[in-house]
Design a protein around this ligand. Structure first.
Ligand SMILES: [Zn+2]
Length: 433
């Protein structure tokens, strides 16, 4: 018999592979952070001994949820800018950030965000924020998968004190130190937006990203106000501007993409540019509803994001799944964005949006072992007809029982193994008191 590090067995395994395979009474075998086999539990029990096991009987086993757009450290400001417009929100947030942002505060806030994410079955996130090194330190300490890197935003007093003219060199050093992509991880650069960066700045950032094979992530077309601002300044709408500069491509992920023309949707499809759909943030800020059904039918890859905890208040990706499966039906078409499609956006499609579809997003041999076990015993999850429906329309983040990232169990039986949850909570409380 072969030995593996971890065997998750029993329960139904929703693989989220292309065929949508569900293995009843299934199992997942993991060695050195990689999935080595997925199949019927009796078969894998006959093939493998395991150092560690998770008994998932009566549960649903699925890929960990992927948050493709967030600002984790904004947990620090949760509840401080509700029921305001995007522009009013940005003014307040920028002012508080200038007072609150230090590497220590970012680390504390990210630790709380990781705690919340692990509890709700989120195994990785694309995190755009100041002091990304502090966030990465917390991710390493906690064993969580964080996709982050240097952020560009041309504002008068940047929170990290690095002047705009020094940022390209700073980012280059960061990318050089980081090295090339590894399975489940790739270099990332963040260009905040076309309203906080001029066209020539955007061009420089994207060129640097391309030199290093990085994913470049940018907010774009979040609402009509942003589109008007960019259009007045440069004579082009944000996505149109990015396209005209040759900056769209399969290495680019747009956050929001709410206010798009048909030509812009076609440009995203033509260039292979992906979108991080953030339905809760968009609704709360009154930004509108992204044209996701049209994006999907044009062939654009769409992942799901929560955005930061000031604009969506939680980092609950399952909540974003439910919202994505509901909000597009508001126009009168109940077939728009079905349950399976919404779950795929939070898993396999989210991984593709990050350019990591080869390594993350489904439970298949050869992929990294980011997986969660959802306890199906609660009354709101009974009876069990269809796992996609259960996830999209009925499950709560608190139904997540176990969370595994890169083969390491970060939550077992609802107890976090790598974070002192009470200390993380109290630390943020003390820093924001
Ligand atoms: Zn954002």
């Amino acid at each position: 018999m072969d030995n593996v590090d971890l065997l998750v067995h029993g329960g139904d395994v929703l693989t989220v592979d292309d065929a949508g395979t569900v293995v009843r009474d299934g199992a997942v075998a993991v060695r050195r952070g990689e999935i080595v086999a997925v199949g019927p539990a009796p078969d894998l029990a006959a093939r493998y001994t395991a150092d560690e096991e998770i008994d998932a009987t009566g549960c649903l086993v699925l890929p960990g949820l992927i948050n493709t757009h967030t600002h984790l450290a904004m947990t620090l400001l949760r509840g401080r800018a509700d029921d305001v417009t995007l522009q009013g929100f940005l003014e307040r947030v920028l002012k508080w950030e200038s007072e609150l942002l230090t590497p220590g505060n970012v680390a504390a806030a990210v630790r709380l965000a990781v705690t919340e994410s692990v509890r709700s079955g989120v195994t990785s996130a694309l995190d755009m924020y100041w002091f990304h090194e502090a966030a990465e330190t917390v991710a390493r300490e906690t064993g969580w998968r964080l996709h982050t890197g240097p952020t560009f935003m041309d504002v008068p007093d940047p929170a990290d004190g690095i002047a705009y003219e020094d940022r390209l060199a700073w980012a280059r050093r960061d990318l050089e130190a980081r090295g090339p992509a590894t399975p489940g991880r790739r270099p990332v650069l963040f260009a905040h937006s076309a309203y906080t960066l001029a066209p020539e700045q955007l061009t420089g950032i994207f060129a640097l990203g391309r030199e290093f094979g990085a994913l470049v992530h940018i907010h774009a077309a979040e609402n009509a106000g942003e589109v008007a601002t960019v259009e007045v300044r440069y004579g082009k709408r944000p996505v149109e501007l990015l396209d005209s500069l040759g900056l769209l491509g399969p290495d680019v992920l747009l956050a929001h993409a709410v206010d798009l023309t048909g030509a812009e949707i076609a440009a995203l499809a033509r260039t292979g540019t992906a979108v991080a759909h953030c339905p809760v943030s968009n609704l709360k800020l009154g930004c509108g509803i992204a044209p996701v059904p049209r994006l999907l039918s044009a062939g654009v890859t769409v992942g799901l994001g929560t955005d930061g905890a000031v604009s969506s208040n939680t980092l609950d990706v399952l909540g974003a799944v439910r919202q994505a499966a509901l909000v597009h039906k508001a126009g009168g078409d109940p077939t728009a964005v079905g349950a399976e499609q919404a779950v795929r956006m939070a898993t396999a499609e989210g991984a593709r949006a990050l350019g990591l579809g080869e390594h993350l997003g489904s439970l298949e041999a050869g992929k990294r072992a980011d997986l969660i076990v959802l306890d199906l015993s609660a009354p709101h999850l009974q009876p069990r007809h269809d796992p996609w429906s259960t996830l999209a329309y009925a499950a709560h983040p608190s139904d997540v029982r176990d969370t595994v990232v890169d083969g390491r169990v970060l939550m077992r039986e609802r107890v976090l193994t790598t974070v002192d949850e009470a200390a993380a909570r109290e630390d943020v409380g003390a820093r924001t008191a």
